[in-house]
Design a protein around this ligand. Sequence first.
Ligand SMILES: [Zn+2]
Length: 369
Amino acid sequence: MREPNGWTRRDFLTSTSCLGAAMACARFLPAAWGAESIAQDPRVAATPLLDKGFASTRRIGDGVYATIADPTKGLDAMCNGGFVAGKDAALLIEGHFSPTGAAYELEALRMVSQAPLRGALDTHYHFDHSFGNAFYGAQRIPIWAHKQAIPLMVERYAGLQGRDLSAMVAPAEKRVREAADETERQRAQSDLGMLQIVTQTVSSTVVALPNLPLEPAKLPMTVDLGGVKAVIETYPGHTPTDLIVRVPEQNIVFTGDLLFNGSYPVAFDAEMSAWIRTLDTFAAFSKDTLFVPGHGPVCGPEGIATERAVLEDLREHAQKMYRAGVPVEEAQRRYVQPESFKSLRYFSWSFSIGAAIEKFYAEFKAGKM
Ligand SMILES: [Zn+2]
């Protein structure tokens, strides 16, 4: 069967690193390690520990390594990750998009440490951070996540398996076909690409649920790995399941998708006002903090400031439209990327920018903002 974007279903299913739909929307995804991020912070190693194109891993601290995905070279990892390794134990970060991505993470760790694993942590339930979990399960590595991640993975992913999902994709296909101009077409194309990725992989993925649910009320939790401590904390914003891993003694933070560097944040599960407050909290961390975002290159506090400014720009637009009585669909359509954010990419227009405007509208309506 030929897919509307010209790729056969077989192409899609047999390709391990170069998903057709993904390549179609790769230009919407943020790039890998930027030369500046490496040069700017002396903690970031000049040479990668491991580099397989779709991801590369560098030392960023004492026992701390960041894996940065490069979706333009394949989607096996898709999201960033990394690990923290002490003399007694190690903790892997992220289940990635595929078992190949998770296997990559373990391979990188084993190049520098043979310490037993305490677990692998999904920073939240989203598919690009959890669809590789089955690899960890097969290795008997406990999978940690926010308690709420489990029911959401069951509902949003396992619940879709074995069903005909073409109806989920059809509206985006129609929007691509009927787009009034190039801007509309590009936005629709980015949505179509993302929907194709989700619907076509959900049925071919063994959705492996985290087996070590973390109770949010019991966080923060310090994990002593022997000479290096990782602290797991939870903050609201991107999803109801967001965790971060901090290495406070070295001012390093793995933010999961609470931070997107180089792209608009994905916001379809978001609580916008809470997210802005979370970014204010991150901005108050030490000025020396090195952030490993969920997507895009590592950065300092300037990455937090940019994302906050992006959310503020979306909030201002939404507020102006809301007050003028403009319907939400029209408010979404009218958003124009300002010159200062022109270089930012987006995974999917509707899941990022469109969703953020819709979420702001809902909060204005509820009188929350
Ligand atoms: Zn996410």
